[in-house]
Design a protein around this ligand. Structure first.
Ligand code: UTP
Length: 290
């Protein structure tokens, strides 16, 4: 029941992040010295994923360029005695098998995931939004979700966390049937962006899932929903009538990097976690706070 594929939708408009997203995909915006997307790829590699399927839109060539081998540049770096950098960029391109699928019409997250059907086939797979990163100690949130998927018999696992009650209106809220294991719930349903007094719980879906291939069938039969888009949540709701669906409350700190404040917070936290920047950055913050 292995999980070797990860599908990362990166085709969205990134309207919340304009104007930069007019020229640069938000998934390529840097967090210190690596693109946002690369933190998500690393989370997947921690879980033993070997194949990364990137869903891109037309014109998002920067993403492919970042993960391609650039032999000429590597050679130039080595010639100039910069072997360390040559090795660094070579590793980026070879750490997984990267597949690219173009989503020609931006019809939503569910539609983006459906584009991966041919590459993924009948394999189990992880889905991670291309703009949601996590910091963590030990096992990555994706690793935790994959472990839960295997423990629960290979049925869908929706990843998320408990959010402050006032914030549940921004997310999918879990309608829980039972608590089947530590941090694991079997679901009755998901209410997308509920009104505050109508949210069944404060357990929120946060941009990470593990699926078996059956989700593709449901996505193919899911009509356009909210915003005229094919919603991944609607496809999961269809699946719920046919097989169990679980929610796993993962451990880790999650940042919505599609939102400007979420992105800035991620940069600060990631920089503070690196010894080379910690002292200088803390001194700077202290001087501002004073
Ligand atoms: P968002 O909900 O953040 O949508 O997508 P968006 O269009 O990128 O951003 P805003 O709301 O306009 O600011 C979540 C993830 O799903 C991808 C996005 O690239 C992002 O990583 N996505 C979304 C697609 O790949 N295709 C789509 O049609 C929609």
């Amino acid at each position: 029941m292995e999980v070797k594929y990860a599908v990362i939708p990166c085709a969205g408009h990134g309207t919340r992040f304009l104007p930069i997203t007019k020229g640069v995909p938000k998934e390529m915006c840097p967090i210190v010295d690596r693109p946002t997307l690369d933190y998500i790829v690393e989370e997947c590699l921690d879980a033993g994923i070997t194949d990364i399927v990137l869903i891109v839109s037309e014109g998002k060539d920067d993403i492919k360029k970042y993960y391609d081998v650039d032999s000429k540049y590597e050679e130039e770096l080595r010639k100039n005695g910069k072997d360390e950098y040559a090795t660094l960029i070579h590793k980026i391109a070879t750490k997984a098998k990267f597949h690219y699928v173009t989503q020609y019409e931006l019809l939503g997250l569910g539609h983006a995931v459906l584009q991966a059907k041919e590459v993924v086939g009948k394999n189990n797979f992880v889905v991670c939004c291309g703009d949601d990163i996590c910091t963590y100690e030990g096992r990555s949130p994706v690793t935790q979700l994959v472990e839960s998927f295997i423990k629960n018999g290979g049925f869908t696992v929706v990843g998320g966390q408990t959010v402050e009650h006032k914030n549940i209106v921004k997310y999918g809220s879990m309608d829980v049937k039972s608590n089947v294991a530590p941090r694991t719930y079997e679901l009755k349903g998901i209410i997308e962006k509920p009104k505050l007094d109508e949210a069944p719980s404060d357990l929120a879906s946060l941009g990470k899932w593990v699926f078996n291939y059956k989700i593709f069938e449901e996505l193919e039969n899911t009509p356009r929903g909210a915003g005229g888009e094919i919603q991944l949540t609607d496809a999961i709701a269809r699946l719920l009538g046919k097989e169990p669906v679980y929610f796993y409350d993962f451990v880790g700190k999650r940042y919505d990097c599609g939102d400007k404040l979420g992105y800035l917070t991620a940069i600060i936290d990631v920089a503070l976690s690196r010894d080379e920047f910690k002292e200088g950055l803390l001194n700077h913050i202290k001087s501002i706070v004073k």
